[in-house]
Design a protein around this ligand. Structure first.
Ligand SMILES: *Cc1c(COP(=O)(O)O)cnc(C)c1O
Length: 376
């Protein structure tokens, strides 16, 4: 079945009690036991499992082509569950431009765990290979990456991880399974911040881990979800699953708009560089063409000048909202360096944009007005 059909039907069935076409929200935290002590309907207590969570997990596993999925209360709860599954002294290979929250999870939350982490440029396969140690257990990859939209070859990373006897996990938040299915390229598990494109309306936090096969890190993450208490609420699961119904449509529309905006910015005299994997000059363009079916709704640009010029351009935008996050219906613009803090390697002149569902003509007009004054 195609992803558009799975997005609408997977995990859903007509409610047997009422005939409801849209699934009900099961707020009950506890479920009736049979006289013999069994739970024939499969649910006992909501932290361990809940009908809305199970429906969402079934759907997310189907979208990625995985066997099982776990839904969490946030994207970082997934990262925490993964790191918690490692032993003290284990080694992680992670991208040098990994989502900054992951560094916080590894370094701050689990700092006492004595996890050894090498942050490397994942587009440099020699560097990834050189980073492998006997204790390497987890290889994280994020493609496209944040905020430079760097592209990493998934099949190559999967091979290096397999040879190292480590588990490979791709953060698929930016691409979504609509544009890229890492499991098909040999990656072992995919994680998502479902807060972004998956739920898609900037109104619910969530995370997910999808696996291709049963493995110890997935089983430990399951324990983290059930007994570590990082389970999402039934309403959060319901909202996320509702968002998934339109995920393929939204992502394709946003990708189309982003491609037009990238081409417009690429020609604009006030813009130094545009980072978008759909542009022919982007260093990851060929790899992206091979492993993605579209280039996504995220892009970034470096404005001529520096921080002041970038901040001023963002301040002149009327439709783009200055806010963090991505993947919602509103177009957002963000000065990443100031969000990431003093250790950020992101250029001060860079603005990251999440393209929303507004008319692309209006968005281009907004950018044109904001940047036009930059050259005047
Ligand atoms: C937002 C984000 C996360 C963290 O997810 P939360 O839902 O905010 O906890 C992880 N990875 C990427 C790529 C993200 O964009």
């Amino acid at each position: 079945m195609k992803i558009d059909t799975l997005a609408v039907h997977s995990g859903r069935r007509i409610d047997p009690a009422t005939g409801a076409v849209t699934p009900p929200i099961h707020l009950s935290t506890t479920f009736e036991r049979d006289p013999d002590g069994e739970y024939p309907r499969g649910f006992s207590y909501s932290r361990e499992d809940n009908p809305n969570r199970r429906a969402l997990e079934e759907c997310l596993a189907a979208l990625e082509g995985g066997t099982e999925a776990l839904a969490f209360s946030s994207g970082l709860a997934v990262a925490a569950a993964l790191v918690q599954g490692l032993e003290p002294g284990d080694h992680i290979i992670a991208p040098d431009d990994v989502y900054y929250g992951l560094r916080k999870v590894i370094g701050d939350v689990f700092g006492k765990w004595k996890i050894d982490t090498s942050y490397v440029d994942m587009t440099d396969l020699g560097a990834v290979r050189a980073a492998v140690k006997p204790a390497t257990r987890l290889v994280l990859v994020e493609t496209p990456s944040n905020p430079l939209l760097k592209i990493t070859d998934l099949a190559d990373i999967a091979k290096i991880a397999r040879e190292a006897n480590a588990i490979s996990v791709c953060d698929g938040t930016f691409a979504t399974p609509v544009l890229q299915r890492p499991l098909e390229h040999g990656i072992d598990m995919v994680m998502h911040s479902t807060t972004k494109y998956t739920a898609g309306h900037s109104d619910v936090l969530g995370g997910a881990l999808v696996t291709k096969f049963d493995n110890y890190l997935f089983e430990r993450a399951r324990k983290g979800q059930r007994y570590g208490g990082s389970a999402p609420s039934p309403f959060d699961c319901w909202l996320t699953l509702r968002g998934v119904s339109t995920l393929p449509l939204r992502v394709r529309a946003m990708s189309e708009s982003a491609a037009r905006i990238a081409a417009f910015l690429h020609r604009h005299p006030a813009v130094e560089t545009v980072h978008y994997p759909g542009l022919a000059h982007h260093p990851g363009h060929e790899t992206a063409k091979r492993q993605m079916s579209g280039f996504g709704g995220m892009l970034s640009m470096e404005i001529r000048g520096g921080k002041a010029e970038a901040m001023a351009a963002a301040a002149r935008m009327r439709i783009f909202t200055r806010a963090t996050s991505l993947g919602g219906t509103h177009s957002l613009v963000e000065h990443r360096a100031s969000v990431e803090g003093p250790n950020s390697k992101t250029p001060q002149s860079l603005l990251r944009m999440s393209i929303g569902l507004e008319s692309v003509d209006d968005l281009i007009e907004d950018l044109s007005a904001a940047l036009g004054s930059a050259i005047a």
